[in-house]
Ligand binder design. Sequence first.
Ligand code: F6P
Length: 373
Amino acid sequence: MTQTIGILTAGGDSPGLNAAIRAIGKTAARAHDMQVFGFLDGFRGVMENRTVRLDGDKLSGILTKGGTILGTSRDKPHRMEVGDKTLDMTGAMIENCQRLGIDALVCLGGGGTQKNAYRLSQKGMPLVTLPKTIDNDVAMTERTFGFDTALAIATEAVDRLHSTAHSHHRIMVVEIMGHNTGWLALGSGIAGGADVVLIPEIPYDMALVAESLLARKSGGSRFSIVAVSEGAISAENARKRGELKARKKAATTDADKNEAAAALATFEESREGGTARVARELEQLTGLESRVTILGHVQRGGTPSHVDRLLATRLGAEAAQAVADEDFGIMIASQRGEAVRVPLGEVAGKRRVVPLDHPWIQTARQLGMSLGD
Ligand code: F6P
């Protein structure tokens, strides 16, 4: 019987984490009489035995709080920095849990956390995961908590940029988070009324983007809003990246592999600051003044929306139930409004990108928004 559980939050913080911690803790303690601990700072806390007892007091008053009361980190159990070394600490972490009397873990995180948890689970650690990230890119779930709040923040930003755009007759280019997926940029672009939305799933052609802005100008619109997902890529760079990836995959010797990996890393570095480049190029191609706004971590901050609170609470309660049922090696996903249990093997290492036939893409095209292609 599972009597004691440990909760950890890993990866970037996200609105709704505390709501989920609260739901797991309350359900585990009240419905199943379990003791609940939190590990601090993600997987690092498991390695360093840093725990906090999550009793009634600790779980009260946190539903509306942003961030995570447990702290987080991007540490990976199988590649943990320990002193000046990088070591596989998965075995040590499982032993730590056994020593502390932790029967099961509940790991809250995005794609990276699902992969890391899957590794621990394959080594024998009983665990359940929850999908959180503002990027909405975890496989097998239709929503991740954090996304709704970030979408609202990004939408408000696009709304607000309209004031300067139309007053100064400018192109306002706004960079929106999302890692390598365009959910946030596309959603907020449509909801906020952007004129152009560039997402990683649709490599763009700058000449076509400029053409669409000039068409707006000749139609009498003297301003434009361009929403750029942080992972957006030009068609030319997408081709180059594809070639570099193929080279890395085809490399047979260690030397060739390292060289190909270094070339890919240099290429990715050269793409940094890409949104500012988009604005500069558009200014040159259209002759219209442009400005850049990078929303950054503002999108991850503050109190979670009611949608994220509901989702995190629903999934959190179901995670505690799954632990009580000793149903391990699974993620609690949201599918058609239901909290469902999905084997971690179907989630780890996959990413949920915006499908090209997604209704949001159709809607954007129907409205005449440019997607850069
Ligand atoms: O995964 C969430 C996210 O906010 C991404 O959208 C973004 O690319 C990344 O995290 C930023 O990470 P960090 O906070 O470590 O800079």
